[in-house]
Design a protein around this ligand. Structure first.
Ligand SMILES: Cc1ncc(COP(=O)(O)O)c(C=O)c1O
Length: 389
C-alpha cells in the first residue's frame, strides 16, 4: 500500500512548513519520538528514576530497541550495541583491532570526519599506514569499489568506508570489498550514516564486520542514539577501548585477582548509563517506520530521488555530480554561485538543503516524507538564486 503522505507529514511536523530536504544532516523528529521523550521525562520527574519496575521498564526499552535496529539491519539482536551516533560505532570498530606497526587501513577521500578521524588518530598511535583511495566526486559505485579493492594488500587490517558517501552520494557495492579484505585476513567497517533508513540494508548479505548508524538522520529519531552491528564471530575478538559493566558476561563476572569473563553479545561495547528518554524516542520512531513499512519507504525514496535528480539536471546552469548509483543524496552545483551562499539563500526561502566543502557542492536529501511539491520548491528556489546573480 502506498504511504498516506498527508498523515506521514503530520507525524513529522517540521516537513509541513519547509521543503525539508536535509535528512542527511538531521531528519525531522517524528511526533512519536517527541511524545515518547516527553512521556519518559515526565515519568522521571513525577515517579523518579528508581523504584519498583522502573529499571525493568528501561531494560525492556533497550532490549526492544536493539531488536528494532537488528530488524532494520538484518543482524541478530545479540549483534547490536546501542551507541550515541555513527562516530561512536566507527571508533569502536577502528580502535578494536590488534594492529602491528606496518599494518594498513584502507579508506577513501570521500569519508566523513566521523569515520575518517578515528582512522587517522588510531593510525598515528599504532604506527599504522593509512591508504586514502582518491575517489572522484562523479565515480560510480563499481568504479569506487574497484579502486578500494585495488588498494587492499596483505597488510590491510581494516577497510573503513561509507556505504553512501556524504559528499558525492555514491552508493558503494560492499560485497566484493568484503570478499577481498577477508581474503587477506582483514575486516570491513562500514559508516552507514547516509544509508540507514534510506536504502534496504542486509548486513549478512553484504558480509560486513561492523556497520555503524545514527538515529537522527533518515530514521527521524532524537539526537544521541545510534547503533553498531558487530558480526557475531567478531564480538569476542574485537578489542575494547572503553569498558564498563555491560562488557562483562554478568554483573558478578569478575574478581579481585583481576579476572573477568567478557560478555558474549555486542552489548559488551556499551559502557554505562545513557539518557533513557532518548532511547524511548528512538524506539517510537523505529516502530513508526516499521508500521509504515520499510519496503514502501525505500521505494518512495528511490522514486523521489530520481525525480529530484532529473529536475535538477534540467535547470540551465545546474550540474549534478552524484553518479546514478545513489541512495537518497544528490550533490550538485549552481554555476557562478558559492554553495554556502546558495544554501543560505534557499534556507531563507524555506528550502532546507546543505552545502559541503572540498569540493564545494550543494546537497539535497530526498526522503519518504518528501513529495513533488518539495522538489518543485527547490527548483523554484534555485531559479530565484540564479535570477539574483
Ligand atoms: C557519512 C557520515 N558519517 C558520519 C557522520 C557523523 O554522524 P554522527 O553524528 O551520527 O556520528 C555523518 C554526518 O553527517 C555522515 O554523513
Amino acid at each position: 500500500m502506498p504511504l498516506d503522505i498527508t498523515a506521514v507529514r503530520r507525524d513529522a511536523p517540521a516537513t509541513l512548513t519547509n521543503a525539508y530536504l536535509n535528512a542527511g544532516t538531521n531528519g525531522p523528529l517524528s511526533r512519536y519520538a517527541a511524545e515518547a521523550i516527553a512521556g519518559a521525562n515526565e515519568s522521571q520527574l513525577s515517579e523518579g528514576r528508581i523504584g519498583p519496575g522502573i529499571y525493568e521498564r528501561s531494560l525492556a526499552i533497550s532490549t526492544e530497541l536493539r531488536s528494532a535496529f537488528a530488524r532494520l539491519l538484518g543482524g541478530g539482536d545479540d549483534e547490536i550495541a546501542l551507541t550515541h551516533h555513527t562516530t561512536d560505532g566507527m571508533n569502536i570498530a577502528v580502535w578494536g583491532q590488534k594492529y602491528q606497526p606496518g599494518d594498513e587501513i584502507v579508506t577513501t577521500s570521500l569519508e566523513h570526519p566521523g569515520g575518517l578521524v578515528p582512522v587517522l588518530v588510531a593510525a598515528k598511535r599504532f604506527g599504522v599506514t593509512v591508504r586514502v583511495v582518491p575517489v572522484e566526486i562523479t565515480d560510480d559505485g563499481p568504479t569506487t569499489a574497484a579502486k578500494v579493492i585495488a588498494a587492499i594488500t596483505p597488510r590491510t587490517r581494516l577497510v573503513a568506508v561509507s556505504h553512501v558517501s556524504w559528499k558525492s552520494g555514491v552508493l558503494l557495492p560492499l560485497t566484493e570489498i568484503a570478499e577481498r579484505v577477508h581474503a587477506v585476513g582483514g575486516l570491513l567497517a562500514v559508516d552507514g550514516a547516509q544509508s540507514a533508513g534510506a536504502i534496504a540494508i542486509d548486513v549478512r548479505a553484504l558480509d560486513v564486520d561492523y556497520y555503524a548508524i545514527p538515529g537522527q538522520k533518515w530514521l527521524c529519531g532524537p539526537d544521541g542514539v545510534g547503533a553498531l552491528y558487530v558480526r557475531r564471530e567478531r564480538i569476542l575478538d574485537t578489542q575494547q577501548t572503553f569498558a564498563g559493566g555491560p562488557a562483562l558476561r554478568d554483573g558478578n563476572a569478575w574478581d579481585m585477582a583481576g579476572n573477568y569473563l567478557p560478555g558474549t553479545t555486542a552489548r559488551r561495547f556499551e559502557v554505562a548509563t545513557v539518557y533513557k528518554p532518548a532511547l524511548a524516542g528512538m524506539l517510537a520512531s523505529l516502530h513508526w517506520l516499521e508500521g509504515l513499512g520499510y519496503a514502501v519507504i525505500y521505494e518512495r525514496i528511490q522514486a523521489l530521488t530520481a525525480h529530484c535528480r532529473e529536475t535538477l539536471a534540467a535547470i540551465p546552469g545546474v550540474t549534478v555530480y552524484t553518479p546514478a548509483t545513489q541512495a537518497g543524496l544528490t550533490s550538485f552545483n549552481i554555476e557562478g554561485v558559492e554553495p554556502v551562499q546558495a544554501s543560505a539563500r534557499l534556507g531563507e526561502m524555506g528550502v532546507l538543503i546543505r552545502s559541503v566543502s572540498n569540493p564545494d557542492l550543494l546537497r539535497a536529501s530526498t526522503s519518504f516524507y518528501n513529495d513533488e511539491s518539495d522538489i518543485e520548491r527547490l527548483q523554484r528556489g534555485i531559479e530565484v538564486v540564479i535570477g539574483e546573480q
